[in-house]
Design a protein around this ligand. Structure first.
Ligand code: NDP
Length: 292
């Protein structure tokens, strides 16, 4: 068997175009969606991510504000800036690019963002809403994975989903969204015994580990759907330095039923879902205005 490729780049393109149309309608009613992105310091990877987010907004007709603050910005200054953006009616989404310089407390910074504008879905009240099954926002990466599965017509109810990784931004919310879709979910992590055995039981395997090509074909159940969230660099060999996932694509693709490539799988979906969350937030704000 050779796995069907789940083309995240194509689906993300479609979603971006839909968001462009929705943003246009909102703008014509005087509610152009707006996203504020705060970058503190000059981390090269963060600068690239932020640039992509701003470009995506521009292409979809979403107004973006990029606040590039110096690395030595004090926490008080950063919180004051977030406070201003919370009160700016033209801003519907606020995100602070992580990681922050070490003198800034990421949790305090995230909690300063209005939950109504927390398009990353990191604020504790939005995480709580997600847990109870009434989400205001969904975190972009797990949301993108759910959209990919939905688009591919993968049945989730009753399926056994194994999520490898338990971070707050990917693994945990991913497991929660799969559970809410009635999958039976196993969460694995660095202390899990016999990871391969767990993985081999998965109808749907989501790898969010951050270890290049760690999940190999012999860890995959024949016909399983494999979602590779990882973004790593190939450590050695002829492809050294190139982008790769947590899954060893070459050994996994002949076994899996469907698989996301890296690049071109989950990454573009994550970017597209940020636009979805921003447009949703603008839509809600426009509705609230109308009901006033
Ligand atoms: P974290 O480092 O926060 O979490 C990694 C998780 O993997 C942890 O829960 C850790 O377990 C677990 N883990 C580490 N080693 C092993 C192992 N040997 N066996 C089993 N589990 C292990 O990473 P993130 O969740 O932030 O990101 C994961 C990957 O996804 C990274 O490659 C990142 O770059 C990528 N990513 C991609 C995105 C995209 O848009 N495509 C978006 C966000 C992230 P423990 O908790 O026990 O330490």
């Amino acid at each position: 068997m050779t796995a069907r490729i789940l083309d995240g780049a194509a689906l993300a393109r479609q979603i971006r175009s839909e968001m462009g149309q929705r943003a246009g309608v909102l703008a014509s009613r005087g509610h152009q969606p707006g996203l504020a992105v705060i970058l503190v310091g000059d981390d090269p990877a963060s600068s690239v991510y932020v640039k992509h987010k701003v470009t995506d907004c521009h292409e979809a007709g979403i107004r973006s504000i990029l606040d590039h603050l110096p690395a030595d910005t004090s926490e008080a200054m950063l919180l004051a800036r977030i406070h201003d953006l919370n009160n700016d009616p033209a801003v519907h989404g606020i995100l602070v690019q992580m990681p922050l310089p070490p003198h800034l407390n990421p949790q305090r910074v995230i909690e300063a963002i209005s939950p109504l504008k927390d398009v990353d879905c990191f604020h504790v009240s939005n995480v709580g809403a997600l847990m109870t099954g009434a989400p205001r926002f969904m975190p972009c990466t797990p949301y993108g994975v759910m959209k990919l599965l939905e688009h591919a017509g993968v049945p989730l109810a009753g399926a056994h989903a194994v999520v490898v990784g338990r971070s707050n931004i990917v693994g945990k919310p991913q497991a929660m969204l799969l559970l809410q879709a009635s999958a039976t979910v196993t969460i694995c992590h660095s202390r899990t015994r016999d990871l391969a055995d767990h993985c081999r039981r998965a109808d749907i395997l989501v790898a969010a580990v951050g270890r290049a090509q760690m999940i190999t074909g012999d860890m995959i159940k024949p016909g399983a759907v494999v979602i590779d969230v990882g973004m790593n660099r190939v450590p050695s060999g002829p492809r050294a330095g190139k982008l790769c996932g947590d899954v060893d694509f070459d050994s996994a693709a002949p076994v899996a039923g469907a698989i996301t490539p890296v690049p071109g799988g989950v990454g573009p979906m994550t970017r597209a879902m940020l636009l979805v969350n921003t447009v949703e937030a603008a839509d809600r704000a426009a509705g609230a205005d109308q009901n006033r």
